[in-house]
Design a binder for this molecule. Structure first.
Ligand code: ATP
Length: 323
C-alpha cells in the first residue's frame, strides 16, 4: 500500500493534464494516501521540486488547459546518471510511488527509472498526436482534433464566401492522427499524412475537377510532418498548378495544444487518474493505463512504443467515399 504518491507531467503539454492531476489527488485523498506534485517534469524531479497537493489545490483546474505542475524535457534524465540523481532526490522525501503522465518518451523513461531503482510507477498516456501503443486514445487528442475541426469550419466560412482554396497545417511530425480525424470531421477535400505518400496527380486532378465545377471552397489538411513539407510548401506547389488562384495557407500550430479540454478528454483523464491510484494501491507497478474498446487496460511500460496511424480498410474506405 503506497503512503505517498507523486505525480509528474512530462513532455509536451496537452489539454486534460489538469483534469488528470485533479483525479489523482481526489483518488489518493479518498484512500488516505498523501499526494504531491513534481514541478517541471523529470528536470524538476532531479532538483527535488516537489509540492504537496490536496483537493483544495485542485478545486478549479478541471477546465483549464496546460498543467499547474508545468512540464519540461530533460536530456539528463535520458542518462543513467540523471535517473540516479532523480532517485536520490526522491529518497530525501517520503514519496514511495510515482504517476507519470507523458508521451511515449516520458513513459519509456518511466519504465527504465522504475526498473533501475525498484520504484512503483504507473504511467498515463497523454499526447495530442495519439501515437502511443497500449491505448486507443491518449489525453489531449480529442481536444486537439476538435480545435483543428473548429478552425477548419471557420476557414470554410470565409473560403466558401470567396470560393477559395486553403491549405491548413495541423500538428503531427510523425503522426497523421489529427490530420485524419480533423480532416474527416471538417469535410476536407484532401488529407495528407506522414504515414502515406501522396499521389500528386490524383490529388490535383480531383482538386481541378472540383475547382472547374465551382464547388465553392476547397480545403486541404496537411500534417506538419507530411513529405510535402507542410502547408507553405504545399501551398506554393498548388499555386503552380492553379496559377490564377490565390491559395490561402494557415498553420494552426500551438493553438492545438491549448484551451479547455473537451468532456471526452476530461472523463478520460479522470478515469486514468483514478485507475492509476487504484493500481498502485493494488500493488501494481511498471504499467501504463490505457483504454481498449472503452475498457481500462494496463500494459507494461517496457512494451510502450510510438505508433503510427494505420490506414485500415475502414479508414481507407471513409477517405475514398468522403473526400
Ligand atoms: P510528447 O512527444 O507528446 O511531447 P513525450 O513524453 O514523448 O511527449 P519526449 O520529449 O519524447 O516527450 O520525452 C520527454 C522526456 O522524457 C525527455 O525529455 C526525457 O527526459 C524523457 N525521456 C524520453 N525518452 C527517454 C528514454 N528513451 N529514456 C529515458 N528518458 C526518456
Amino acid at each position: 500500500m503506497p503512503k505517498h504518491i507523486a505525480v509528474i507531467t512530462s513532455g509536451g503539454d496537452v489539454p486534460g493534464l489538469n483534469a488528470c492531476i485533479r483525479a489523482i489527488v481526489h483518488a489518493a485523498q479518498h484512500e488516505g494516501v498523501a499526494v504531491s506534485g513534481v514541478r517541471h517534469g523529470y528536470d524538476g524531479l532531479m532538483r527535488g521540486e516537489i509540492m504537496p497537493l490536496n483537493t483544495d489545490s485542485v478545486h478549479d483546474i478541471m477546465q483549464r488547459g496546460g498543467t499547474i505542475l508545468h512540464s519540461a524535457r530533460s536530456k539528463r534524465f535520458e542518462t543513467a546518471e540523471g535517473r540516479e540523481a532523480a532517485a536520490k532526490a526522491l529518497k530525501k522525501t517520503t514519496i514511495d510511488s510515482l504517476i507519470v503522465i507523458g508521451g511515449d518518451g516520458s513513459l519509456t523513461g518511466a519504465g527504465l527509472f522504475a526498473a533501475e531503482h525498484a520504484l512503483s510507477i504507473i504511467g498515463i498516456p497523454k499526447t495530442i498526436d495519439n501515437d502511443v501503443t497500449g491505448t486507443d486514445t491518449c489525453i489531449g487528442y480529442d481536444t486537439a482534433v476538435n480545435t483543428a475541426m473548429q478552425a477548419l469550419d471557420r476557414i470554410r466560412d470565409t473560403a466558401d464566401s470567396h470560393e477559395r482554396m486553403f491549405v491548413i497545417e495541423v500538428m503531427g511530425r510523425d503522426s497523421g492522427y489529427i490530420a485524419y480525424a480533423a480532416g474527416l470531421a471538417g469535410a476536407a477535400d484532401g488529407i495528407l499524412i506522414p504515414e502515406t505518400t501522396t499521389d500528386w496527380n490524383s490529388l490535383t486532378s480531383v482538386l481541378k475537377e472540383r475547382h472547374a465545377g465551382r464547388r465553392g471552397s476547397l480545403l486541404i489538411v496537411v500534417a506538419e510532418g507530411d513529405e510535402s513539407g507542410g502547408a507553405q510548401k504545399l501551398g506554393d506547389r498548388l499555386c503552380r498548378e492553379f496559377p490564377d488562384e490565390k491559395i490561402g495557407v494557415c498553420v494552426l500550430g500551438h493553438t492545438q495544444r491549448g484551451g479547455a479540454p473537451t468532456a471526452a478528454d476530461r472523463i478520460l483523464a479522470s478515469r486514468f487518474g483514478v485507475a492509476a491510484v487504484d493500481a498502485l494501491i493494488a500493488g501494481k507497478t511498471n504499467l501504463m493505463a490505457g483504454v481498449d474498446g472503452g475498457k481500462l487496460v494496463f500494459t507494461p511500460l517496457s512494451e510502450i512504443r510510438r505508433r503510427h496511424l494505420e490506414l485500415t480498410a475502414e479508414r481507407q474506405r471513409l477517405l475514398t467515399v468522403l473526400l
